[in-house]
Design a binder for this molecule. Sequence first.
Ligand SMILES: CC(C)(COP(=O)(O)OP(=O)(O)OC[C@H]1O[C@@H](n2cnc3c(N)ncnc32)[C@H](O)[C@@H]1OP(=O)(O)O)[C@@H](O)C(=O)NCCC(=O)NCCS
Length: 154
Amino acid sequence: MSALLKDPLLRLRPMRESDVDAVMEVETSAYPYPWTAGIFHDCLRVGYCCWVCVLDRKIIGHGVMSVVAGECHILNVCLHPNFQDRGLGRKLVNRLLSIARQRQADTAFLEVRESNLAALALYRSMGFHEVGIRRGYYPADKGRENAQVLAVNL
Ligand SMILES: CC(C)(COP(=O)(O)OP(=O)(O)OC[C@H]1O[C@@H](n2cnc3c(N)ncnc32)[C@H](O)[C@@H]1OP(=O)(O)O)[C@@H](O)C(=O)NCCC(=O)NCCS
């Protein structure tokens, strides 16, 4: 286990409205096509499950999911580039999945870019498998990119 994961200053907690500026710093540093602040405010307003990963009082990652009628949809999982590949993405997704189980979800779904090899490796190592393709789902530098739809039984 990475030393960072044992750091007593590292914790996951629910996102607050006042976190959105800091969350946007992480979001825009990690994605070529980031969500807007308005999307995060909407997710909080409608009661989606929104979490942040905090190290020494600084937000370094976030995760967003909806859980409705036995289905969990993971909508965003993001770590600041300086804190990727240290086990935090796995920790964040595990937390989201355990909340989904507590809320009686039986399946978790998510979409991921076909070119996002790190995310695909993470999700597959956690038991997600492909259940479909959404053609041209994401904007890309040249046209559009397909999404793989992944699912795991909870
Ligand atoms: C994808 C993302 C969430 C993964 O989180 P992370 O903290 O970097 O990943 P972890 O350190 O927890 O690694 C978990 C697994 O992911 C895979 N992985 C992580 N980084 C990888 C890389 N650079 N290349 C290949 N596989 C990688 C490995 O399978 C790894 O397991 P292992 O360490 O046992 O080999 C993170 O890289 C990120 O925020 N990327 C930008 C935003 C994004 O693409 N989000 C996903 C949208 S669907």
